[in-house]
Design a protein around this ligand. Structure first.
Ligand SMILES: Nc1nc2c(ncn2[C@@H]2O[C@H](COP(=O)(O)OP(=O)(O)OP(=O)(O)O)[C@@H](O)[C@H]2O)c(=O)[nH]1
Ligand SMILES: [Mg+2]
Length: 250
């Protein structure tokens, strides 16, 4: 068979699973560390439930993802996951799902691994969202997830550090209410409300504009130019205020 004929025939198989994210649909990518329970507890022994060095590795990975060829207007991280909101009308790779999934997972894995000095990998899924309201709901959902995880993790590790086994600590929290968990922490001198915001609401990253003084190379006069840089926010707002902020990025 001639190469051109074979090429035409085989492309059909290669492209049979190709999907695109429809035009005008908002796009979010969610990446999640693969097997990070083992990485954080056995391989690296990060402090539990929250380790500032691990948080900084995740923030570094978000910053890399916001500067690797896609138009990402907002990045969010909690635990071992990252969410990226793309600019409306982002058209990189013709919006092919497989390109986003594979490229973003690869970029995150490379950036995190180099910063850690050990191999670590991420998966990635694309989430198409039809309206601004659903985009807001998405980020409120992940923030609520951060809050629940944080309360559970603080309770679990408080029990473990008090000598309970994995099974005992898990059983003690099974089916328990939020107020029970808050009181459990309080009885051991931990006020959940006063724990650092980044542990309960996650961390946000966006571009901000700033003025930079410089010298005009032609006239030699000093001038101010508007530049942009990434801003990392460790104290995100809650609820309606957060939803409004998300809208302002689009
Ligand atoms: N010690 C420690 N662990 C953390 C920290 N942040 C996240 N983790 C852990 O990261 C893991 C994330 O959970 P999952 O994504 O559900 O678990 P996983 O092992 O990565 O599993 P897969 O995502 O399915 O591959 C949990 O075990 C968390 O306790 C941290 O600051 N310190
Ligand atoms: Mg994970």
């Amino acid at each position: 068979m001639k190469f051109d004929d074979l090429d035409k025939k085989m492309r059909i198989y290669e492209q049979s699973l190709d999907q695109i994210l429809l035009p005008e649909i908002y796009m979010v990518a969610r990446l999640d560390g693969r097997g990070f329970t083992r990485l954080t507890k056995e391989i690296c022994k990060f402090e539990a439930p929250f380790d500032i060095h691990f948080r900084d590795l995740m923030v570094h990975t978000v910053e890399h993802l916001m500067d690797c060829g896609f138009r990402v207007v907002y990045g969010f991280t909690e635990s071992d996951e990252i969410s990226l909101l793309f600019a409306a009308g982002e058209n990189a790779f013709g919006r092919k799902v497989r390109k986003y999934n594979s490229t973003l997972a690869a970029e995150a894995s490379a950036a995190f691994s180099l910063a850690l000095g050990k191999a670590a990998t991420f998966d990635c899924r694309m989430v198409p969202l039809p309206t601004l309201e659903r985009v807001q709901d998405y980020f409120l959902w992940r923030q609520e997830d951060a809050h629940r995880n944080s309360l559970n993790a603080h309770c679990y590790w408080m029990l473990r550090k008090a000598g309970k086994t994995v099974q005992e600590a898990t059983k003690a929290l099974e089916g328990q209410s939020v107020s029970f968990k808050n009181e459990l922490l309080f009885s051991k001198g931990i006020n959940f409300d006063q724990l650092p915001s980044w542990q309960k609401r996650g961390v946000g990253v966006w571009k901000e504009q700033y003025e930079k003084e410089g010298q005009n190379p032609v006239t030699g006069k000093s001038e101010t130019a508007v530049r942009s840089r990434l801003k990392v926010e460790y104290e995100l707002p809650l609820g309606e205020a957060y939803a409004k902020q998300i809208c302002s990025f689009l």
